[in-house]
Write a protein that binds this ligand. Structure first.
Ligand SMILES: [Zn+2]
Length: 328
């Protein structure tokens, strides 16, 4: 879950070009068999739209709360908004009998069960293509039993390869296996805020949640506004967004308020399957190192937004001074 930092010297623009791979129509039709095709594939709604994508469900949440409680709280918050999310499953966190119970609850509620690799490897210079591929394939077995298993892959840490060769070889493997990338458009550091909250509780068990909730909501709304504007500037239209959040204690407690805050700010929650129908999710940015938010990568590829792009797009280093200043 936790991001690893990269030095800025690792940011290099890509000059390599590769053939674009066309997606056959039959492949597209087989993607979301339970979902009727939407009438429009991009967001023509007056309100900006986003879907919840939740990464790294786990049986181990520390001493704060048990996985069963976290699971039922999160599922309830999502179902109260009447939408279906996408759950990106990292096998090593759920590969036992209780893990199957956790995933079944999501599957039965109609959420997409997607692949987030087995071991959450960082696809940079420390991980070869072969090791990364084996780890992805290993996780297919973890999600295979579920009715709503969906062929979307999310790269751990949103890192899609440090060289053109590794990037393109893995993209080719995904296609061969019938997958698309489960891109994040609104990236954020919710994991870091939750980590601070649980650290605080371990020292001060009665510490109020309120300031952490307020920080998290402000952070997520700020990141959503940033990536929405960047998408408008890069693509000239409002896309259907996917926000990255995690299965963690803070989110388990405050997800209802988070979702309501987005509505109050003008956003509309939509099904993840509908969001991923937006044509933007078919793009394959050539930036290197590859990855980050899809919008970040598309902006990087143009070379026209350097002043607005930091690397990584989101990380603890950006939030730490602000949280420290607030005593969080
Ligand atoms: Zn993850």
């Amino acid at each position: 879950m936790k991001r690893r930092r990269f030095l800025s010297h690792a940011v290099k623009s890509a000059s390599a070009t590769v053939c674009s791979h066309l997606v056959p129509p039959a492949f597209r039709a087989s993607f979301f068999p339970q979902t009727p095709a939407p009438k429009t594939s991009s967001n023509n709604s007056a309100r900006p739209q986003l879907a919840l994508t939740l990464d790294d469900p786990t049986l181990t949440l520390g001493s704060i709360l048990r996985w069963q409680e976290a699971n039922s709280r999160i599922l309830k918050a999502v179902s109260e908004k009447g939408v279906r999310a996408a759950l990106f499953v990292c096998g090593m966190r759920v590969d036992e009998a209780d893990g199957a119970k956790l995933l079944s609850a999501w599957d039965q509620a109609g959420h997409l069960i997607c692949n987030h690799s087995y071991s959450h490897k960082f696809y940079g210079e420390q991980t070869s293509y072969a090791d990364f591929a084996v780890d992805f394939l290993k996780n297919e077995k973890v999600i295979a039993p579920y009715h709503n298993r969906t062929a979307l892959f999310r790269y751990p840490f949103l890192k899609e390869g440090d060289t053109a060769d590794k990037r393109d070889r893995f993209r080719a493997l995904l296609k061969e296996r019938g997958y698309r990338v489960g891109h994040v458009t609104i990236d954020a550091s919710d994991w870091y805020v939750s980590q601070h909250y649980t650290d605080r509780l371990s020292k001060q068990p009665k510490a109020p949640i309120t300031p952490y909730r307020a920080y998290l909501i402000a952070h997520l709304l700020d990141r959503a506004a940033f990536y929405r504007q960047l998408a408008l500037d890069v693509l000239g239209r409002d896309i259907r967004h996917t926000i990255l959040m995690h299965f963690n204690p803070l989110n388990a407690f405050v997800l209802p308020e988070v979702m309501t805050a987005f509505e109050a700010a003008g956003w509309q929650w939509i099904d993840a399957s509908l969001a991923f129908e937006d044509p933007v999710f078919r793009s394959e940015p050539k930036s290197l190192p590859a990855g980050e938010s899809l919008i970040w990568a598309l902006a990087k590829e143009t070379g026209r937004f350097e002043g607005r792009l930091r690397y990584p797009g989101e990380d603890d280093v950006y939030e730490k001074p602000k949280m420290d200043a607030l005593g969080l």
